[in-house]
Design a protein around this ligand. Sequence first.
Ligand SMILES: [Fe+2]
Ligand SMILES: [Fe+2]
Length: 227
Amino acid sequence: MQNARYLTAIRMRHWLCGNHSYPRTPLGGLRPGSILTLAQRLRKQAGRPPVTLRNPNLNQCHVKAKIRRRLALARKKDLYSAETQLVKALPKMAKAANDPALRAGFEKHLEETTIHVDRLEEAAEILGVSPKGKSCKAMKGLVEEGAEVMMEEGQPSLKDLALIVAAQKVEHYEIAGYGSARTIAEVLGQRDVVKLLQATLDEEGATDEALTRLSLNIIPQVAGVEA
Ligand SMILES: [Fe+2]
Ligand SMILES: [Fe+2]
């Protein structure tokens, strides 16, 4: 019996850092300090060295959790910056598109992108942080690449195809970003945040697929073959 309590106490050591909440302790309502005391006493009785927390207030588990939270926060700030840049870029891409279906696709995704911004704000609110404060350099580069395509003169269908390529690079960047952020939120047990990120991730994936379908119509036009 004592052995079982000792093992439970040791297993619960990470609970002491305060980063994990359980509905009740498995030791019949013992407080964290009591669990540590019990673990120390039982270790002493067993002739084993005492449990050592490197720093009672900032043990290794706490540090790892802090790193994970900072990483999760950085991902969301990065995504927020990326999405706000896209809200400005997508109307220009829609205007530059020659194919009516492509233009409509960009317009539809603009509406979705404003919702993506709202979802990130909601996620930040749940976490009690600000989504602002970071500039996504990768998205800045991708948007600049798209702007170069818009300036190009030449065959309309070729320009449309170049716009699709630029837009798919953006979508793939977003899919990677949201996929990582969703996984981190899952590990941290942030269920509401996971739902928000997954909803956007699904829309980014659907947009990427829609762009692929559009390119299948446009590629034959570029090649001078009837679609
Ligand atoms: Fe988005
Ligand atoms: Fe997107």
